[in-house]
Each structure stands twice: as structure tokens, then as C-alpha cells.
Design a protein around this ligand. Structure first.
Ligand code: SME
Length: 137
């Protein structure tokens, strides 16, 4: 890196900015893939502590995105059977894969306490955030 700030600190800054700026972004985190182990690992977040810092590929919304390479918008988490609950307050979730050199290396995950808050605008915005983040990795 060309600054003294570490990648982890910069990712945490992005999480905190998004969580504090957008009212329905209650928890914001970045998970990154360990391809050998087929697991996702939480690298930075803003919001409540979570027990789910390691998620196997295929498990939960996050694990499904690790495999599908596609955005996953969940308007109502109660309607999902392959879902990992982090907080009883969470009503909706969005996960957008993060690509570096065309490869799905991780994702941004956002939980909301608001029902059905995410639109295609959030998808386009978070795709852009991930493109910017990829340039600092
Ligand atoms: N709900 C996610 C797990 C991560 S927590 O939201 C932070 C899932 O189902 O993959």
C-alpha cells in the first residue's frame, strides 16, 4: 500500500461510512474467500459483533453467493431456509460479490432492521463500492 493505513483499516472505514450514512444499513461487513478451505472469513465490519466470522461455501446467503457469483437480495430473511441468523432484529439482507481480476474473491454483506429496504439502486451502488474496494486490495 502507498499509505500507512492498512487494508483492514481502510475496509473498516468503508463499513463505518456506509453504516453511518445509510439509515437502513444496520450491519455492513466484508467477507473474503479462502479457496483452499472453501470458507469465507470476516475481515472488516461495522455494527454488532457477530459469531459468524467463518462461513462455509454454500451455507447461508453469504455462502451461496461465494458459489453463485451473483447478487443475492433478501427482502425477508424469514422466507429463506438456507440462512444464518446473526441478530433477531435483522429483517432483510443483501450480499454483492467482490471481483478482483474477474474472480469472485469475497463479498459485501449488509443486514437491515427494515423490512424489504433494498432496491436495484443498492445493487448498483454496492457493485460500484466493491469495484473501488478491489483497487485497494
Ligand atoms: N446472514 C448471513 C450470515 C452473516 S451475518 O448476516 C453477519 C448469511 O445467511 O449468510
Amino acid at each position: 500500500s502507498n499509505t500507512s493505513e492498512t487494508v483492514d483499516q481502510r475496509l473498516t472505514n468503508v463499513c463505518e461510512l456506509l453504516q453511518s450514512s445509510i439509515g437502513y444499513y444496520d450491519w455492513v461487513g466484508f467477507y473474503f474467500a479462502n479457496e483452499a478451505k472453501k470458507t469465507l472469513h470476516l475481515k472488516a465490519f461495522a455494527g454488532e459483533e457477530t459469531d459468524h466470522t467463518v462461513i462455509p461455501f454454500g451455507k447461508g446467503i453469504c455462502g451461496q453467493v461465494a458459489v453463485s457469483n451473483e447478487n443475492f437480495v433478501v427482502p425477508d430473511v424469514k422466507a429463506q431456509d438456507n440462512y444464518i441468523a446473526c441478530s433477531m432484529y435483522v429483517k432483510a439482507e443483501i450480499v454483492v460479490p467482490l471481483f478482483k481480476d474477474g474472480k469472485n474473491i469475497g463479498q459485501i454483506d449488509i443486514d437491515s432492521h427494515t423490512a424489504n429496504p433494498f432496491s436495484v439502486e443498492d445493487e448498483r451502488f454496492l457493485e460500484w463500492v466493491n469495484e473501488e474496494v478491489a483497487t485497494i486490495l
